[in-house]
Design a protein around this ligand. Structure first.
Ligand SMILES: Nc1ncnc2c1ncn2[C@@H]1O[C@H](COP(=O)(O)OP(=O)(O)OP(=O)(O)O)[C@@H](O)[C@H]1O
Ligand SMILES: CC(C)(CO)[C@@H](O)C(=O)NCCC(=O)O
Ligand SMILES: [K+]
Length: 243
């Protein structure tokens, strides 16, 4: 059994895998990391490897105490990945994006793939059918859009994510919800349309904290899986072990 841990910009997500099967998953905040991992390890005594991918500087010391009981692996740029990295600054490419690209390459062989991760940031990653990672885009995620409207203006309130009543916002709050939610939905559909004009036949994977909220609003058909990063982390580890 393995425990995959994704240290994101806001939250930490973890999943227990038995082979390829996701047995259970967890979400927690950074300051509760150790307590949560202890509990998971107590419950699943067969866990032998803990795999960490972190978008920040790798917080090795947070995981040190577990090294007595199991092997801790930090996924890094130096690990083997199943694609050719064509990014012009490969060392600055986020580890989360590399893990997503690895998962897409392994799970969807011999086709073009677009991975959209709707988390704190929304990232787009494109891996072509020849397993070349070409790059993509980075833009603020839903919560970040609500927060930045409030943080960088005098008058705009901080709202929490909600369904827009329609296209035309008839009040301040309706205008914000329309701008943030409809805006991101049109943005994602617009990106997909532009990729479609350039590449035929590609799979679109949507993941991240806002997967379910966005999936039902997009006009394009996508493969929605909020656990895609954790599954990809487990596959990246298996790929490394086979090398
Ligand atoms: N409890 C929560 N706390 C924060 N965001 C949440 C929560 N529940 C749902 N969300 C949604 O998830 C989005 C953040 O996604 P996610 O949790 O994947 O981000 P993250 O932990 O920063 O990961 P990453 O850095 O990989 O994007 C927010 O835009 C928000 O709308
Ligand atoms: C874009 C984020 C913040 C998304 O989590 C992360 O992948 C990151 O810090 N990336 C580094 C910059 C880049 O990917 O080019
Ligand atoms: K993200």
């Amino acid at each position: 059994m393995i425990l995959a841990v994704d240290v994101g910009n806001t939250r930490i997500k973890a999943a227990v895998f038995e082979g390829d099967i996701l047995v259970n998953n967890f979400v927690f905040v950074r300051k509760e990391l150790q307590k949560n991992i202890q509990n998971i390890l107590k419950k699943y005594k067969k866990i032998a490897d803990l795999i960490v991918s972190s978008v920040g500087d790798v917080e090795k010391q947070l995981f040190l105490e577990f090294e007595n009981d199991l092997k801790v692996h930090f996924i890094s740029h130096e690990d083997p990945f199943p694609f050719v990295n064509c990014y012009s600054t490969p060392k600055t490419l986020g580890i989360d994006r590399m893990v997503l690209a690895a998962g897409a390459t392994i799970q969807f062989p011999n086709q073009n793939r677009l991975v959209i991760d709707a988390g704190t940031c929304v990232t787009f990653d494109f891996i072509d059918e020849n397993n070349n990672y070409l790059g993509g885009a980075i833009t603020p995620g839903l919560r970040l859009r609500y927060e930045s409207l409030h943080d960088y203006t005098a008058k705009l309130p901080l709202l929490t994510l909600d369904n827009p009543k329609g296209l035309i916002g008839k009040s301040t709050s309706e205008s914000i919800h329309s701008g943030v939610v409809n805006g991101l939905v049109y943005e994602i559909d617009g990106f997909i349309d532009e990729y479609s004009a350039r590449y035929s036949n590609f799979i679109i994977i949507l993941t991240g904290g806002d997967t379910d909220f966005l999936a039902k609003r997009l006009k394009n058909t996508i493969f929605a899986n909020s656990n895609f990063l954790l599954e990809s982390l487990s596959q990246t580890f298996q790929y490394k072990n086979q090398k």
